[in-house]
Design a protein around this ligand. Sequence first.
Ligand code: CUA
Length: 360
Amino acid sequence: MQAKSFQLFPEAASSIAGQVDALYAFMVLISAFFSLIIAFLIIFFAIKYRHRPGIKPTFKPADDHSIGGMVLEIVWTAIPLAISMVMFVWGVSIYFTESRPPADSMEIYVTGKQWMWKVQHMEGAREINELHIPINRNIKLTMTSEDVLHDFFIPAFRTKADVLPGKYTTEWFRPTQTGAFHIFCAEYCGTKHSGMIGTVYVMNEADYTVWLAAGSGEGSMAEQGQSLFNQLGCGNCHYSNVNNGIGRGPNLNGLYGSKVDLKDGTSVKADESYIRESVLNPQAKIVAGFDDYMPTFKGQISDEGMLKLIAYVKSLGLTYGAPNTATPGTVSTSATAPTAGRPAAKAATSVSATPVAGNK
Ligand code: CUA
């Protein structure tokens, strides 16, 4: 970010920034209006009813509170209530918008650790304390932490979200200006919390494509996830790549985003957290029709490795004869994904293998 003279507000560089600023301005104006009225009245009454020598203070309690008092009570309750409800409803609507990533969002994974941000793009590019993104695209960050609670904050986009260990949180935005903007960690996380900073680079589409291609040497996240999958021997039980489909473990094709029936009669949506839990703590949720065979992989997979595995499992859903179309920038490698050429016949599994279109 270029050196600038003192700025009261960071730049407004995302689609939501204007709305956040408008609400903020409204709240400041309301507060200023009432503060001024109250300050004026204090001074006015202090002067008007001041003690004067020679005049005996009189005190006459009003003998009838019932009428004037009631009207006054209603007025000074109803007006502040109405004003605070406007702030509440307005704030909630912005909050809902900010907490629901659009279905066409481009996904990027972020891992926080003391004291840095690690970023992984689906196409394979990785970066530390930097985030390169194209302008005018919805970007969804899926975030986790390797150690303690952090918080990913981009003031220019007016958005932030906690980043927690053992769990995935999301944050989305649509940048509307090219340039470089600050990233801060907005949750105290130890000695060098204040140094846990970075830069977002918003680029035009062409520059971004060039940048992305240069960093994708190790293959896409899904491809890297597949090698991890093979390395750990997951395919011995999950025959997701193999013709006959079903093994000792459930088939993973089309798993992501689907509803999974469990042994105990309940069901669960196969999202990032479910996949993570099933790898690290397989006993927690046993899929109906299967036994408790799977050992835990706790300690064998890093948080970044887990994100790659999840990207791989997602790619299985994207290419398996489902109406789910890969949006540009999500898994652009699905054409080369390992599932290409799988026979159309789906082996019976207890997993309902019909990903909901657009369900990400
Ligand atoms: Cu990480 Cu503060």
